[in-house]
Design a protein around this ligand. Structure first.
Ligand code: ACM
Length: 467
């Protein structure tokens, strides 16, 4: 655990793997060098050496050099750079922050700012939740109606959908990212050591797609882009037409997003329509499946095969465990930790984002005194204390926990300012638990280091919630 004197002098978030304090300060701010050094182990590792005469960053990769610069930037934010030797590398290779642009659309400039802030704190994966019942946000050339129709809803529910809604606002809402804009964001992120993980939801949370192409559903439609929150009964039908559509869409997605992973959603897909659909029942019979849960697994496995053939790996929410997990899938555990534990025990990689601690759409303080949120209560202390490796796992199973993620669902966040209020500073707690050694984590130390990071957020114009 870092001692109080070091914390005061080196107010870093996340705290590094190893830090040797040194007397004195950097006297020549121009004497900063950065160079690649193949002897340093780890794709994200770096060494930062500051003596009065110079600051030197070494790393094996550009990512590592980038992180060294971020550390230097945080030290400099105090107004002087104290001498030090830091030998740093992350605990987890996946350190994610998610943003739902389906419930509300946010402009490209804000997406870039979101990535900027992530990268200052060494978060390395931007999970871009691009499709929803309430809006499809990515241009797909082969299916123009996805954005002509699916990117727009006629109005939005006012108030909390489950607690006395106050009608509808009568105001159309929408927007989408062109492929050129999405590519620009991928490049922007790459320059900041961030990978973009695109999510295309299937078979549920897809009403905007069904409104655009009703033939993808099990019932005739027509459908409307959803104007309220919650779970829709409408899902994609497991027909050949649907798979042809999804493969076409995913081909365009893979051409835009070069990362190893593609997220296919898989959560909250009610089975009512499949139970009533001759097409779905025929697939169950033909494939010898037991029920609709197994049908969903079959659906996801088929998509996984397609992604794997194209050299990509599938990620899905923990519902993809129901009815049997696809052979190479990575699971995002959001309904608590049970899904993550089960997947790790089956030898699958998992990202931990249990809603109790990692959902930044939850209230962060007394709901009476906070802006309307979806529910829950996740103060920053709860996020900070969250340990991504469940105690139930053996050491071998624990190697499958590749990291953690904070999720920002935007039903009740109509503006960028509101997203920032909910995401920060909780995302800084996430950054530390995903990067720093477990034994370095200490809430008092984190609190003591927070002020300079908040000052940095102020300078970046981020409207975080003041703790
Ligand atoms: C989720 O929150 N439905 C993944």
């Amino acid at each position: 655990m870092p001692n109080a004197a070091d914390v005061a002098r080196y107010p870093l978030i996340p705290w590094p793997r190893s830090l040797e304090p040194r007397a004195g300060e950097l006297t020549n701010a121009d004497a900063v060098t950065a160079r690649l050094d193949p002897s340093i182990e780890g794709d994200e590792a770096y060494v930062l050496d500051v003596t009065p005469g110079r600051a030197e960053i070494r790393a094996r990769t550009d990512r590592g050099l980038y992180y060294g610069r971020q550390t230097l930037r945080q030290l400099a934010a105090t107004g002087r750079v104290p001498c030090v030797r830091i030998d740093d590398a992350p605990r987890f290779r996946y350190r994610g922050l998610h943003l739902d642009v389906g419930r509300h659309f946010f402009p490209v400039e804000f997406i870039k700012k979101y990535i900027d802030v992530m990268s200052v704190f060494k978060l390395n994966t931007f999970h871009w939740h691009l499709t929803e019942d309430q809006g499809w946000r990515l241009e797909i050339r082969k299916y123009p109606k996805l954005t002509e129709v699916g990117a727009w809803r006629k109005e939005t529910i006012v108030g909390h959908a489950r607690k006395g809604p106050k009608g509808y606002d009568g105001t159309p809402h929408g927007g989408f990212y062109t492929q050129a804009e999405a590519r620009e964001i991928v490049e922007y992120a790459k320059a900041r050591a961030v990978t973009v993980l695109p999510e295309i939801e299937m078979p549920g949370h897809s009403l905007a797609a069904l409104a655009s192409y009703p033939e993808l559903a099990c019932t005739p439609g027509p459908f409307e882009v959803r104007t309220t929150w919650g779970i829709s009964e409408e899902v994609m039908c497991p027909s050949e037409q649907t798979f042809a559509f999804l493969e076409d869409v995913l081909r365009e997605v893979m051409a835009i997003f070069p990362g190893e992973y593609v997220h296919i959603g898989g959560d909250e897909a009610p089975k009512t329509r499949w139970r009533e659909s001759p097409v779905a029942q025929e697939v169950i019979k033909r494939e010898g499946l037991k029920d609709e849960d197994e049908l969903q697994s079959w659906f996801i496995r088929r998509i996984e095969r397609f992604l794997n053939l194209n050299g990509r790996r599938l990620v899905g929410w923990d519902e993809i465990l129901e009815g049997g997990l696809a052979p190479n899938a990575t699971v995002m555990s959001w309904r608590g930790t049970a899904g993550g534990i089960a997947a790790a025990r089956q030898g699958r990689d998992v990202v931990m984002c249990p809603q109790e601690d990692m959902y930044f759409d939850h209230y962060q303080a007394d709901p009476e005194k906070e802006p309307l949120a979806i529910g829950g209560l996740t103060p920053i202390e709860d996020t900070y204390r969250y340990e991504p490796v469940p105690a139930e796992l053996s050491a071998e199973e624990a190697t499958h926990v590749i990291g953690a993620q904070g999720c920002v669902w935007t039903e009740y966040m109509p503006t960028p300012q509101h997203v920032e209020y909910m995401a920060y500073p909780r995302a800084l707690a996430l950054a530390e638990l995903a990067w720093s050694p477990r034994e370095a984590r200490d809430l008092d130390s984190f609190r003591a280091r927070l002020a300079p990071s908040l000052a940095l957020l102020d300078r970046l114009g981020v409207g975080y919630r003041r703790p």
